[in-house]
Design a binder for this molecule. Structure first.
Ligand code: 4NP
Length: 153
């Protein structure tokens, strides 16, 4: 399975989601891939935000090699599951979709953890909620993995 994590800037939430999912895929020995992208392109070419790097480092995850990029229509065709961090990201990604089949790939990050509740991964860029973001993505990715009938690490 090929998974794409998407937020606005691709420097805070989706790099954390990318790092967490990458680590779980590795621990579970799955033949899956994960990448991340942003809807805005405002930070293209940049490393993740230093607060995102520090939050992940404290949990044993290294995300310094990641580089921000903007999501493309080609990504939507290529990836199997596209996780939006919040409803704005979700709607922006849907606008890039060219078929109902593509639209069906787009899911909210918390959709498996809190079905039907439209719970966002809060944007930590201005308010520093990186711990909360990490915890919520950790829980949400566990729920997704469980739903795929894979035992979570
Ligand atoms: P992200 O956070 O979407 O989680 O990467 C943000 C990063 C940058 C900005 C906003 C949110 N910005 O306004 O530049």
């Amino acid at each position: 399975m090929k998974i794409l994590m998407v937020c606005l800037g691709n420097i805070c939430r989706s790099p954390i989601a990318h790092g967490i999912m990458e680590s779980k895929i590795k621990k579970l020995n799955l033949n899956w891939t994960v990448d991340s992208a942003g809807t805005s392109g405002w930070h293209v070419g940049e490393q993740p935000d230093k607060r995102a790097i520090a939050t992940c480092k404290a949990k044993g995850l290294n995300i310094v090699h990641q580089k921000s990029r903007k999501i493309t229509k080609g990504d939507i065709e290529y990836y199997d599951v596209i996780f939006a961090m919040d409803a704005n990201n979700y709607n922006d990604i849907l606008r890039l979709c060219q078929s109902d089949e593509q639209k069906a790939k787009v899911k909210l990050m918390t959709g498996y953890l809190y079905p039907g509740r439209n719970t966002p991964i809060p944007d930590p860029y201005y308010d520093d909620r990186f711990e909360e973001v990490y915890t919520l993505i950790d829980l949400a990715t566990d729920s997704f993995l469980k739903s795929m009938v894979v035992t979570s690490p």
